[in-house]
Every structure is written in C-alpha cells, then in structure tokens.
Design a protein around this ligand. Structure first.
Ligand code: ADP
Length: 305
C-alpha cells in the first residue's frame, strides 16, 4: 500500500513572537483534494512550506509520502508537484523552454522531457503557445503552465498554494476544470485557498483554519449540514439590529454581519412573515454555504479577517 500522502501532528511554528501555526493536526488521504481554507494570514502558506520542508516546524511531526519532514524533505520533494502562490516562470523563455528547464531540474533526460511536453501542453491548453514567451501569456495561461510544469515528473502529490488567486472568474473556472481532471487521474492535491467557492467545488475534505488553528474539519457538505443545515436569508437595507429583534424568535439563528442580517432556518417561508410590514428591504434567500460555516465558527466573514 502506498504511504499516506501527508500527516501533520500537533505542528507548531512561530516567527519571533508571532505564533503562526498552533498545534495543527490533519491527514491527507490518497486520491483526495484536501483543502486548507482560511483568511489571509491564517498560516496556510506556512503549512504548505512546511510540507515541502521549506519552513522548519518548532514542534510536532510531519510525514509526506512516508518520509519524515524536514529531515527527508529532499526525497519527498522529488515526488511532489508544487504550484507556488506566485508564478516563478522564466519570463524571457518560451513555454516549451520553461518545461524543459524544469524537467532538467528533476534530472530528466532531454528525450524524456521531449516525450512529456506534448501531453503537458495539451493538459494546459497551450498547444498553440509552445513557442510563445511567458511574458506574452495571460495570467490564466501562466497559471496553467505553472500547473503543467508541476506535473513534469508525474508526481502523485500536488501542493498548490492559492492556485486561482488573482485570476478573473473565467480563468479561475478553467483552472478548476484542470484540477478536477488531475483528481480524476488519481492525483492527491493539498490546496490552500481563501475562496469558499473554490473549496466547496474542489475539496473532498477540508480543514478550516484561523490563526494557525483548525476550527473544523470535514467534507464541505458535512460542515454545512452540521453547522448550518437548511437555508439562509440575507436581509439588507434596514437596521440589522432592529431586524434581529424582530426575526430572532422565528428562525433557528440570526446574526448581524456589517449592514446585513443573516437568518438561518429550515423553513424560511414562516420566517419571512414578520417582514411583510417592512417595505424597502432587499431579501436574498439561498442554500447555506461554507461562508456561513466560517461566519458561524468565527463570528466574522472570511473577507473581513
Ligand atoms: P496565509 O497563507 O494563510 O495568508 P501565511 O502562512 O502566509 O498565511 O502567514 C501567516 C503569518 O505568518 C502572517 O502573519 C505572516 O506575516 C507570518 N509569516 C509568514 N512567513 C513569515 C516569515 N518568513 N517571516 C516572518 N513572518 C512570516
């Protein structure tokens, strides 16, 4: 049996007085997309760097593909594909040359790299750009090339730090589609993200972290079901505190967030009745999502952090 892709047990990491990872434990299983979801500054990139042996834990145990980290990180890294948060492609070189350079870095022969390049270009939808310089590519194309580059050594495990940050919605959807293809091919992915939607669409399981601590862990559906259940009504345009007094007795939970009131209930029709006398409100009804889970567990929205 192949070793567990990643185990993290009671890992701690501080920078000076800043305690960035506080006793974090999680396990990534073969073939799953495991997400670390949290606001900026939660410690996600630090965790990703510790997985790669690029940041040293102060305490705790980390194994990656059966290797003890950081002592055997070099061995593990040879079997991991890495997609860093910021593209570090060679801008003056062509798409093809970037793949070649990276393959050499992994000790592959030119013949091996040449054999791998066509399918990588196809994967990245960059067949027509093979001879284009990286500086001529759009942000989405660069991201897809970075992902293709991470696949050059056919790794079983991919570590992706905020893979779609900075992209427009169309480019982001293309990236998600490529990542789903990798999962269908049996790859394991550790993904850090602060996008609820990305986590909800891609992750089989996720660990929601804040200030370097796990605040909950499970599949997106499990978390939504356990923490929220049912439906959400967002109400804008009135005094949210007055609306809270009005509606709280009729719903399972009501929370003021900024200018809005969020109401959670299994039957929102009944909950809407007291609003009939209040004109001018904008009421949005929708199924619960991970943003609601985060709000419930932390008391604030992820983008406010
Ligand atoms: P995230 O990826 O969730 O945005 P990071 O892991 O990048 O979070 O950062 C978590 C915290 O650790 C931040 O407060 C950041 O300033 C700090 N930090 C990260 N790397 C370093 C470093 N090399 N030196 C000092 N502080 C760091």
């Amino acid at each position: 049996m192949s070793p567990t892709p990643i185990t993290f047990t009671n890992v701690r990491k501080s920078y000076g007085n800043n305690s960035v990872v506080n006793g974090l434990s999680f396990r990534v299983n073969s073939g799953e997309c495991f997400g670390l979801l949290g606001p900026n500054g939660a410690g996600k990139s630090t965790v990703a760097r510790m997985v790669l042996g690029m940041a040293q834990p102060d305490a705790g145990t980390i194994t990656v593909l059966g290797e003890s980290i950081p002592t055997r990180a070099r061995l593990a890294r040879a079997r991991i594909g890495v997609v860093p948060q910021f593209d570090n492609l060679e801008p003056g070189f062509t798409v093809q040359e970037n793949l070649l350079i990276f393959g050499r870095y992994f000790g592959m022969s030119t013949a091996e790299i040449d054999a791998a390049i066509p399918s990588l270009l196809e994967f990245a939808h960059l067949e027509s750009k093979a001879k284009a310089r990286v500086s001529e590519l759009s942000g989405g194309m660069k991201r897809r090339l970075t992902i293709a580059r991470a696949l050059i050594n056919d790794p079983q495990l991919l570590v992706m730090d905020e893979p779609s940050t900075g992209l427009d919605p169309h480019a982001r959807h293309l990236i998600w589609e490529r990542l789903r293809l990798l999962l269908a091919r049996g790859k394991t992915i550790l993904l850090t993200t602060h996008f609820m939607e990305e986590a909800e669409r891609l992750c089989d399981r996720l660990c929601v972290i804040e200030k370097g601590r796990s605040i909950t862990e499970g599949s997106p559906n499990e978390l939504i079901e356990q923490q929220i259940g049912g439906h959400v009504m967002e109400i804008y345009g009135g005094n949210p505190h007055d609306l809270h007094s009005l509606l709280a007795p009729h719903v399972s939970r009501a929370v003021v967030s900024g200018e809005a009131l969020f109401c959670y209930a299994s039957d929102l029709e009944k909950a809407r009745a007291p609003l009939l006398d209040h004109a001018g409100l904008r009421v949005l009804q929708r199924p619960a999502n991970l943003e609601d889970v985060f709000l419930r567990l932390t008391g604030h929205e992820i983008k406010d952090s």
